[in-house]
Design a protein around this ligand. Structure first.
Ligand SMILES: NC(=O)c1ccc[n+]([C@@H]2O[C@H](COP(=O)([O-])OP(=O)(O)OC[C@H]3O[C@@H](n4cnc5c(N)ncnc54)[C@H](OP(=O)(O)O)[C@@H]3O)[C@@H](O)[C@H]2O)c1
Length: 252
């Protein structure tokens, strides 16, 4: 079965760099017409030019309902639909014990990582998907499947995103398939503090597959889910983490 997206349209939030840009490139190379979004117009413009093949962009904040509606409308008008929606933009403004988080950063994390995927899916469903069918891919994290001493707030939103994925799958089927991808540590700007230098080498060594993730690892899974190859898959959270979650831990 060919991993092709010819004739399909795709909207990718946070598509100006990192995992989102990797997915945008893969979809575009597979024949889709792609729109990317992020807050910064100049980054979007640069990324769209690099991706080429008719990739277009609109700048906006994923958490702002007026931006979300404007961009979903623009996607339908400019490239003809939203056959694939990738809710990829994410944030992590707080590191520390969850019990100590201030409500400002708690709400911000929920707004971008959880409310936005719901909002963008709602808009795309109302305006396009319920009549035309579609695929939604939510970029969660292995953090949503485990605990962490300092990333708990982020992880709570990613766990909730997995549950939102499961909840929407039966609600939106059979017209729409909704799945999540849970990456381990991927070498992007977002996670730079975790993978640069000796710390990253240690993490990589502990992974059963012996290396950290690249954006292409996630893009390959997103393409598989978006194409006909994924046509019997919905409500799933697919882990891509080099085996990080199953590595042996000291103390059993
Ligand atoms: N890297 C990892 O190790 C890792 C692991 C697990 C999960 N993830 C998840 O993967 C997704 C992508 O992460 P990444 O590592 O590729 O990050 P990244 O390299 O920092 O890219 C993030 C993208 O999202 C955009 N963005 C951020 N906040 C936004 C907002 N409020 N509104 C609109 N766009 C926004 C950024 O552009 P602007 O700054 O221009 O807005 C950029 O295009 C996130 O959901 C993250 O939680 C990453």
């Amino acid at each position: 079965m060919q991993l092709r997206l010819d004739g399909k349209t795709a909207l990718i939030t946070g598509g100006s760099r990192g995992i989102g840009k990797g997915i945008a490139k893969a979809f575009s190379e597979a024949g889709a017409t792609v729109m990317i979004t992020s807050r910064k117009a100049d980054s979007c413009e640069e990324a769209a030019a690099e991706i080429g093949r008719g990739c277009v962009w609109e700048a906006g904040h994923v958490g702002k309902p007026e931006d979300a509606e404007r961009i979903v409308d623009a996607c339908i008008e400019r490239i003809g639909g939203v056959d694939i929606l990738v809710n990829n933009a994410g944030t992590n403004p707080y590191a520390g014990p969850t019990i100590d988080v201030d409500l400002g950063r708690w709400n911000k994390t929920i707004e971008v990582n959880l409310t936005a995927p719901l909002l963008w899916t709602q808009l795309a469903w109302q305006k396009y998907m319920k009549e035309n069918g579609s695929v939604v891919i939510n970029i969660s994290s292995v953090g949503g499947l485990s605990t962490n001493p300092v990333l708990g707030v982020y992880d709570v939103t990613k766990a909730a995103l997995i549950h939102l994925t499961k909840q929407l799958a039966p609600e939106l089927g059979p017209m729409v398939r909704v799945n999540a991808i849970c990456p381990g540590l991927i070498k992007t700007d977002f996670a730079r503090l975790l993978w640069e230098g000796e710390r990253g080498a240690e993490v990589a060594k502990a992974y059963p597959l012996g290396r950290l993730g690249e954006t292409e690892d996630i893009a390959a899974a997103a393409l598989w889910l978006a194409a006909d190859s994924g046509s019997w898959v919905t409500g799933q959270a697919i882990v891509l983490d080099g085996g990080g979650l199953v590595q042996f831990r000291e103390g059993g």
